[in-house]
Design a protein around this ligand. Structure first.
Ligand code: SF4
Length: 474
């Protein structure tokens, strides 16, 4: 998601006359597009800030900004100037030309002389701005990702000369990053298109609903329009994004409409939610070659007790049934999943249930998320972390061992299969590296007959854990 957000920021800034550069050395402004899913992601921002030369300006956006926007104390104060009561930029946005309110860090220090107990104060966007900018005065701007469309106005307010020829928008989703690389693989043949915003699920451990607010579904025609623009710019693969991507009420229509578009080679989506899958969507995986034969399905746990504590809204039996349905399709589908390790109060029995389903699911990959206590969440308030370190380590090792063994067995079964790959940029002098249509990593020995970005059918002739090698290109 951050790649897609960053592409939108780049697109707006390019239109303001800024140019993206490759390295920090070349940059005048460094923008952090942050994640808050784990505390470690936020800690990385402060570590990184230490490395940025103070001569360079820093802007920060993303989830870390949005979940720290709590400023109740200031709005309760009686003698605070009226305009400072606006605690969030988005709340002041009623027109396409919103009034931008904020005060500088120095002004906050002045205010503190007569209101010493102010703990959070509005910098138009975030109280955290004050504490961080005291330490790093080169931090110039915090902005909510949803306010990306208003960057031209913010920059003018900061004194930048900006000429922006697009319509200002308070609908972040309508910013189409035309010709901007939104891929995490540093190439421009994949476009990541968000189809909804934020999440209402409130899983007990998750900060997303607090960081990014409640969900909104984007219209089908807007999504199709964005896809057409990317395909006209030679994109070949589209990946639809959101937290519960298949909850969009028109998800099937979106898939069907995109599959009709010229130039599309691969269509993927992430992340779906188990209970929002329809049989129709599974059938499309069977019948539509361009809908990739891979499903990433974040089960998180396979113990009923843990799933209940997590507020996931499904049972372990539903996970088994879902896997059976996928395995029952005529087209083989690779399955990957997420699980949360060390969820508080997870017993050995709970963990063994998870191991059992891991065997049953024969997942090609399990993305193991180590539980991280996040502020505001139900788990933060009600589930203290009670799992001893030794137990955590043993569980991690057991799950990893099963994952390795199953990956080996699955990859061995791929030998002699023909798979579609996209020829990617050079990884090193001899090899290229990409994923297959069923989302397995593949190492490709370079051949001068290759055409970069072509799709090729390859025969798998060698496997190692988590990786395949191939021999023939048709
Ligand atoms: S579905 Fe649950 S885990 Fe996923 S973003 Fe929403 S609240 Fe978080």
């Amino acid at each position: 998601m951050n790649y897609s957000d960053s592409a939108r920021i780049t697109s707006v800034l390019k239109n303001c006359g800024f140019s993206p550069v490759e390295t920090i050395d070349e940059a005048d402004i460094i923008i952090f597009d942050t994640c808050s899913v784990r505390q470690k992601s936020e800690d990385k921002v402060t570590w990184k800030l230490k490395e940025i030369p103070t001569s360079k300006k820093v802007w920060i956006t993303g989830c870390m900004i949005q979940h720290t926007m709590r400023n109740n104390k200031i709005s309760e104060k009686k003698n605070i100037p009226e305009q400072l009561r606006v605690w969030n930029f988005a709340w002041s946005v009623t027109t396409k030309e919103p009034k931008i309110l904020w005060i500088t860090s120095d002004e906050i220090n002045e205010l503190r002389k007569w209101e010493p107990d102010i703990v959070g104060i509005n910098h138009a966007f975030n109280p955290l701005f004050h504490s961080l900018s005291q330490k790093w005065p080169n931090i110039e701007l915090f902005f909510r990702i949803d306010d990306t469309g208003f960057l031209p106005l913010m920059l003018k307010r900061l004194g930048y000369e900006v000429s922006y020829d697009k319509e200002l928008t308070n609908e972040y989703s309508t910013i189409i990053p035309e010709g901007i690389n939104s891929s995490m693989n540093n190439h421009n043949k994949t476009a990541y298109i968000p189809i909804s915003s934020w999440c209402n699920q409130f899983c007990a451990y998750c900060i997303v609903p607090f960081a990014r607010w409640l969900e909104k579904w984007f219209p089908v025609d807007q999504i199709v329009r964005e896809a057409k623009i990317h395909l006209a710019n030679w994109v070949k693969e589209i990946s639809l994004l959101w937290q519960i991507v298949n909850k969009h009420p028109d998800f099937i229509t979106i898939i069907k409409e995109l599959l009709k578009l010229d130039g599309l080679e691969w269509l993927r989506y992430t992340s779906p939610y188990p209970t929002y899958y329809s049989d129709e969507l599974l059938k499309l995986h069977e019948s539509e070659e361009k809908l990739c034969p891979h499903i990433h399905i974040p089960f998180q746990s396979w113990s009923d007790a843990v799933l209940k504590k997590m507020f996931r809204g499904y049972s372990a039996q539903q996970c088994y049934d879902f896997i059976d349905k996928i395995r029952g399709l005529k087209r083989p589908i690779s399955i990957t999943t997420d699980i949360i390790l060390w969820f508080p109060w997870e017993t050995d029995e709970d963990f063994n249930e998870t191991l059992k389903l891991t065997e049953y699911g024969r997942f090609d990959m399990i993305y193991m998320g180590i539980y991280s206590n996040r502020p505001w969440t139900f788990a933060d308030k009600k589930y203290p972390d009670d799992i001893p370190y030794k137990v955590k380590h043993e569980r991690w090792k057991k799950l990893n061992d099963v994952l390795y063994r199953i990956s080996e067995e699955n990859n061995k079964a791929e030998v002699w299969n023909i798979r579609k790959v996209m020829i990617n940029e050079k990884w090193n002098k001899w090899e290229r590296y990409w994923v297959t249509d069923n989302m397995k990593q593949i190492v490709i020995r370079w051949d001068n007959n290759f055409v970069l970005w072509d799709m090729a059918d390859v025969k798998i002739d060698k496997w190692v854990v988590f990786k395949l090698e191939w021999s023939i290109v048709k």
